[in-house]
Design a protein around this ligand. Structure first.
Ligand code: C5P
Length: 679
């Protein structure tokens, strides 16, 4: 998961390959809640692991459910309708799918016991209305207090003044959020009163497909609901929540929408495969696929997969009632950037009460990339950019803002050539913590479009640490080119090849099966990470890297590291030879005494005996060899930022480099841009 303050997505020119979407948030949280209150143990497969499900899981654990996690599955031991807990405060983040149903469930439970519970969330959660649900619960006789502002969380639910009354139908508004109706449906099986319960929906029910999901989940847990259209729902008396034993959560259709869209925009040569979901999904947002077909894409589906390919280009503009697919419709707003004229998304007033006011947020951020946008009370009209702008996109702590707006990075396919900066990319943790990793695994960019930050300098100058920290702060890939030479040296020592045998070394270097996996270096599948740091290996690397044929042999492998979203490369010739077009080149110049001292401390701290004088002599000999060799001698690249870090802490060096990087980026440099540096 990305934890950087921003992520810069380079201009993307296509997508290829396959992605697996995480489990559906709505299904996961409903399944968790029902399994938690049911009798029996449920194994939930494919459950989403994200901020919103974690708050639900934490709440269930507080209530006394036994929950065991294994990869991709959770085992939930339900409390059989009657939690033992009597007093607690639940923190539910900004998860509507936890706050609403838990409010209803705990209110009904508290009504027939002497329990008292508080439900709280983030400041934004305390701005999201819940009054309609509170009114419906009070109508039954539940005791629900709004602790700060009437109609909003935080709330306290506690014992009522007697049995609840189901004589008259419960009335709930359906036109603000269908989650109120869903919450009541999920909670009513817990009523203590042995009578039928009837819910009547006032006003037009929005987001109907979510209610269908609720009913399907209830059915899986043994509760039949008779419905008359979308207006009346009856739960007959005498039904208990029972575990189905096993429940499989399908992939999230809203999450899939970003890749369906990416396929419609950028899968030119072959379809993009999306796994974990198919056209038979029970989620309303799967209708997004139809909207994208209408815009021109070709979409095929088989069991558990979709395959999306670009068809008509540019996409056909649309005018659509988005009520059935409120979440995925945000993705349509981004697709509208690639259409052949203005598109209008209608009936999206519910966007205003989501994680943020999504209507205003989307309008403002789409404008930043160059679109013209008309924002109505319940619609958006989006005209594609005539000129794309490198935008720093705010995300309002809203995962869907980040994911939807990331699609603007495909602008080279519509006449642009600009990167997109997404601020606070961590917000995707709400539903898809690894969204950006998934995007980068299928996104393609022209190599020249991928930014490179080169850090060169003599041995033991601290390049490695600096490069690692800078790469982590930017969310970029890392190339430790010294490790490539060291791994070659390990292979040469193993094979008994002499440092003088240039031809054999070059052949060896060209055939190396070298892979970096996080901090580990694998040579032909063998982990050689520890060997790389041996002095003997360093000395051999220094000698063999002087051969032009060896350098030529590793060049392609080094160039291959330049991939989306960007690269920080450290070595001797990263800025001067390997990546001469690097956006920023840094040359470290710490003196030999300081460097010898650092290496000495490094070795001693690892329990390796060392002598500072011989270390210094060795450093100077390596410097001389690096400087005087004919191929790629060590020297600052033209235009390099010279950084003497002898007296600088690592943090201070990282700051200098990140500041220089920011200055070279094309984004607007207004004062509200984020502070640089690792979080
Ligand atoms: O940076 P490090 O000390 O790990 O590099 C090992 C050796 O590889 C260095 O002594 C240097 O001679 C060589 N090297 C190089 N070009 C690079 C990186 C390292 O010649 N880009």
């Amino acid at each position: 998961m990305l934890t950087t303050k921003f992520i810069d997505i380079p201009p993307l020119s296509g997508v290829a390959g396959a992605v697996r979407v995480p489990g559906s948030k709505s299904i996961s949280n409903r399944a968790l809640l029902l399994a938690g209150f049911a009798s029996g143990t449920t194994v939930i497969e494919g459950v989403l692991d994200s901020d919103d499900t974690r708050v639900m899981i934490d709440a269930l654990v507080q209530l006394g459910c036994g929950i065991e996690a294994a990869p991709h599955r959770l085992t939930v031991r339900g409390v059989g309708g009657r939690p033992a807990l009597k007093n607690a405060t639940f923190f539910l983040g900004n998860a509507g799918t936890a706050m609403r149903p838990l409010t209803a469930t705990l209110a009904l439970f508290a009504a027939s016991s002497d329990a008292s519970f508080e439900l709280r969330g983030t400041p934004r959660m305390h701005e999201r209305p819940i009054g309609d649900l509170v009114d419906a619960l009070r109508g039954l006789g539940c005791s629900v207090e709004c602790l700060e502002k009437e109609g909003y969380p935080p709330l306290r639910v506690s014992a009522g003044k007697g049995p609840l009354s189901f004589a008259a139908p419960l009335r709930v508004r359906g036109d603000v959020s269908s989650q109120f109706l869903s919450a009541l449906l999920l909670a009513l099986p817990l009523r203590a009163e042995p009578v039928d319960a009837v819910i009547e929906v006032a006003g037009e029910l929005i987001s109907k497909p979510y209610v269908d999901i609720t009913l399907k989940l209830l059915a899986a847990f043994g509760i039949a609901v008779e419905r008359e259209g979308s207006q009346r729902f009856r739960l007959a008396a005498g039904q208990q929540l029972r575990s189905p034993g096993r429940f499989a959560v399908e992939g999230d259709a809203s999450s899939a929408s970003y890749f369906i869209a990416a396929g419609a925009i950028g899968a030119v040569d072959a379809p993009l495969r999306i796994e974990g979901i198919d056209s038979g999904s029970i989620q309303g947002d799967i209708a997004f696929a139809d909207a994208v077909r209408a815009m021109g894409a070709t979409i095929e589906s088989g069991e558990g997969w979709l395959a999306v390919r670009r068809g008509r280009w540019p996409l056909a503009a649309i005018d659509l009632d988005c009520n059935p697919l409120p979440d995925a419709a945000m993705t349509l707003a981004s697709l509208a950037l690639f259409a052949d004229g203005p598109s209008t998304l209608r009936n999206i007033a519910s966007w205003r009460v989501k994680e943020t006011d999504r209507l205003a947020a989307m309008a403002s951020e789409l404008r930043k990339v160059g679109a013209s946008v008309e924002e109505g009370p319940d619609f958006l009209t989006i005209t594609p950019p005539r000129a794309w702008r490198a935008a720093s996109v705010a995300t309002y702590d809203d995962h869907r803002m980040a994911m939807a707006m990331s699609l603007a990075a495909f602008n080279p396919l519509a006449g642009g050539n600009v990167p997109v900066r997404i601020l606070d990319p961590r917000c995707v943790g709400k539903t898809w913590p690894d969204y950006f990793e998934a995007l980068f695994s299928v996104a393609r960019a022209r190599r020249e479009a991928v930014p490179v930050l080169a850090i060169d300098g003599p041995t033991a100058s601290g390049k490695g640490t600096l490069a690692r920290e800078v790469a982590a702060a930017l969310g970029y890939r890392l190339l430790d080119s010294g490790a490539v030479y060291r791994a070659t040296a390990v292979a040469a020592l193993d094979a008994g090849i002499e440092a003088e045998n240039a031809d054999a070394l070059a052949a060896l270097a060209a055939s190396l099966e070298l892979r970096f996996d996080g901090d580990r270096c694998l040579l032909g599948g063998r982990d050689v990470t520890e060997s790389l740091r041996l002095e003997e290996v360093g000395a051999m690397a220094s000698r063999i890297s002087a051969w032009p044929a060896v350098r030529a042999a590793v060049l392609d492998a080094q160039l291959g590291f330049r991939d989306v979203p960007g690269l920080v490369a450290d070595g001797r010739d990263m800025g001067s030879v390997v990546f001469p077009d690097a956006e920023l080149k840094v040359f470290l110049t710490a003196g030999p005494a300081e460097r010898a001292d650092r290496r000495y401390k490094q070795l001693i701290s690892k329990g390796i005996p060392a002598n500072i004088d011989s270390l210094r002599a060795d450093l100077e000999a390596r410097d001389a060899r690096d400087r005087n060799r004919s191929a790629s001698p060590l020297k600052p690249a033209e235009g390099a930022l010279m950084l003497d870090n002898s007296a600088l802490s690592i943090e201070a060096s990282v700051d200098v480099v990140l500041k220089a990087w920011q200055e070279r980026r094309p984004f607007d440099q207004s004062p509200d841009r984020p502070a640089v540096g690792p979080v």
